[in-house]
Design a protein around this ligand. Sequence first.
Ligand SMILES: [Zn+2]
Length: 284
Amino acid sequence: MTVKNIEKAKAERDITMRRYSTYRKTPTFVSTVRRGFTLLELLIVIAIIAIIAGMLLPALNRVREKANGIDCVSNQKQIQQALSSYVDDNQEYFPAYSNISAAGDGFTSTWIDTIYKGNYLKGGAVFFCKSHRTRKATDFDAKYISDPLSVYPSATFVNVSYGYNSFYLGCSLMLPDATQSNWITPAKRPQIRKPSETISLVDTVNLSKPHQGSCFCVPCIDESFLNGGFAGQPDPRHSGGCNIAWSDGHVSQVSNIDRKNPFLSDPFRKGNTDGDANNYWDRK
Ligand SMILES: [Zn+2]
C-alpha cells in the first residue's frame, strides 16, 4: 500500500469514526421531571366532560323513562289480568273496591286484598310504578313485595301506584239510583257500555300525601272527592301521559293530560257527570 493510499484509508477511517461518534452522541431529550396538568388543562378537561355529560344525560333519562313506562304497562297488564280472572270466577262481578265491617263502621279490606286472597296475583312488586317519584319507599315495601297479605288489610289502602276505577267498577255510589244500601255493589261485566274505553286502572297519586303514595281507589269523577285525603287522582307521570288498563283488558298510554286538573282531560272527564244520562261510564 502506498503512503498516499494509507493516508487516504486513515482519512476515511477518521470520517467513519466521526460519523459514528456523532450518531452515538446525538443527544436525545428525555425529561426526568414529571410534569402534572396545569390548572387550565384541568379546567378544559372538566368542561369537556361536563359538555359530554350534558349531551348524554337527557338521552339516558329518556331511555330510563321509556323503560319505566314499559315496566308500568307490564304491571298494569298483570293486575288487569288478575281482575279479569276474578270477574270470570265471580259471576261477572268486578271486585268491590273495599269491604266494610258488618257494623258498617270501617273498611276491612280492599280490592287488592281480594285478588291476592283469591291467588290471582303473586308478589306485590306489580303495584309500584318506577316513575312514581314523589312516593318514598318504606319498610312496608319489602314486606308488601314478598307477600302483600302479610300487611293485610290496612297497608294496601295506601302506598301503591295504581288506582282502581272504584266508582264505576268497584261500586255504584254515583249511579243515579244509588242508595246507601247498595253503594258497595260492584259492576257486572255485561253492564259496562264501552269496555275498551272505560278505565279499570290508572297511574295515580295522592295529592294529600304524595310522599306516601297513591291510594287504591281512583274516583274518575272530579277533584271534589279528593278532599277526603285518601283518594288518588290520575298522575301523568310518563312524560305527561298516564298508563291506563281498560276494562276490556288492553293497556295503553294516554298523553296530553292537564297536570293541574286531569279531570279536565279525556278520558277522565268522560266520567265527570255523575247521574247525567250522557255519563260515559254509567252502567247499561
Ligand atoms: Zn306508571
